[in-house]
Design a protein around this ligand. Structure first.
Ligand code: HEC
Ligand code: HEC
Length: 344
């Protein structure tokens, strides 16, 4: 008869066996089977070496402390992606940075800042990402995100090399007049990674999981979510689209940011009698002048109604005065300029 009170060696060995059995069953086996049961989506671009290095910068700078990368299957997460996240979305990020570090848990649990699952679609501009990391307050006036100044160096303008990324920092914001701010390799890697963050489409014919409507106080879905087909779709608010998409670059007062993003207030393109040029810019992106970076296309980001609404809003606010366009015109132009987004 074993007496655990007297035989300490047996006590320790039995406890150890119990521990090993439990951890194998509860943690190790499920982890191994999950690791083998995960493949990338067919249309998911492979992560490049630069993006992988950028991911490691993202981890080491502690961005995970404020940003999640998971679209949960609940209604309030709809703003962060077109479908709830699935295990395959993390396929390429499951590499360990090195032998000393564990696989990073990019899902995160704190959302002090926005979810970044799809940020490459929302903020696909290298110029914006660089300025935002250099000083978030330059592009987002009330931002509480810390600045990451150590990812950049200020050099004399004669020392700029051709392959340097020069930030469009307004002249009055420079510490030393005549200097230029250039991105370090770490900043370039990080921005390449951020821009690569886009939800890959599911294979043809596979329906995404539904978002669960937020229940009201009595446990029933709230009225707006169950109103269904009977209710008329509310008109799109162009001002809201402007604030959430365009204002990041063109600024909330549409006056732009000298040297980085042009003003839309008083712009001849915006005030052109024919709205077509502006429709084409929003759908196809725009790179017309060397002193501004390129504007990324917003076609994958906004549907026809939203684009028409935001264009009409800009053309009739901020002192602008030009005739409106409509969703049908946007649809026709989309078929030519961005046919791959026709399902929008
Ligand atoms: C203290 C919390 C905090 C930390 C740490 C932080 N952020 Fe943020 N981040 C925010 C907040 C708040 C916003 C929203 C305001 C803004 O756009 O600046 C934001 C916005 C962003 C956006 C724009 C998202 C969008 O949808 O507009 C990006 C991209 C971003 N952060 C990247 C990063 C990266 C990369 C790091 C690490 C180098 C980082 N953040 C670290 C709080 C944080
Ligand atoms: C990521 C930053 C960014 C976002 C977001 C953005 N733009 Fe732009 N936009 C630019 C830049 C940069 C230019 C200048 C490009 C050039 O001239 O080479 C520009 C140019 C324009 C122009 C031409 C203005 C002129 O006078 O030449 C219009 C019109 C315009 N944007 C409208 C919009 C609208 C409407 C939205 C929102 C749906 C929007 N932009 C979102 C960066 C942005």
């Amino acid at each position: 008869m074993i007496n655990f009170h007297k035989d300490h060696a047996t006590l320790v060995n039995v406890a150890l066996m119990g521990f090993v059995l439990l951890s194998t069953g509860v943690a190790v086996t499920p982890a191994l089977s999950m690791q083998d049961n995960n493949s990338p989506l067919p249309d998911m671009p492979k992560m490049t070496l630069q993006e992988q290095r950028g991911l490691n910068v993202y981890v080491s700078e502690g961005c995970i402390g404020c940003h999640t990368q998971q679209v949960r299957n609940i209604e309030m997460d709809k703003t962060w992606g077109s479908r709830p996240s699935i295990p395959s979305d993390y396929y390429y990020s499951k590499k360990r940075p090195d032998i000393w570090h564990n696989t990073p848990s990019l899902l995160g649990s704190e959302r002090t800042g926005p979810d970044l699952t799809n940020v490459g679609v929302r903020k696909g501009s290298e110029a914006w990402q660089m300025l935002h990391l250099y000083n978030p307050r330059m592009v987002e006036k009330a931002s509480i995100m810390p600045r990451y100044g150590w990812l950049f160096t200020e050099v004399d303008s004669t020392a700029v090399k051709p392959d340097d990324f020069v930030l469009s920092v307004p002249a009055d914001k420079l510490e030393h007049p005549g200097h230029k701010v250039i991105a370090t390799e770490r900043a370039k890697d990080l921005v390449a990674y951020l821009i690569s963050l886009k939800q890959a489409p599911l294979p043809q014919g596979v329906a995404p999981e539904d978002f669960i409507a937020t229940p009201g106080a009595n446990g029933k879905p709230v009225a707006a979510a169950v109103a269904g087909a009977g209710a008329a779709a509310p008109a799109v608010d162009g001002g809201a689209v402007f604030s959430s998409v365009c204002a990041a670059c063109h600024q909330p007062d549409a006056k732009g940011l000298a040297g980085a993003f042009p003003p839309l207030a008083g712009s001849p393109v915006v005030n052109d009698k024919d709205p077509l040029k502006m429709v084409d810019i929003v759908l196809g992106g725009y790179s017309a002048r060397p002193n501004y970076g390129p504007m990324p296309s917003q076609a994958a980001n906004l549907n026809d109604e939203e684009i028409a609404a935001v264009i009409n809003y800009v053309r009739s606010h901020f002192g602008n005065d030009a005739p409106p366009t409509d969703a049908a015109t946007v649809k026709t132009q989309r078929a030519v300029i961005a046919p791959e987004t026709a399902s929008k």
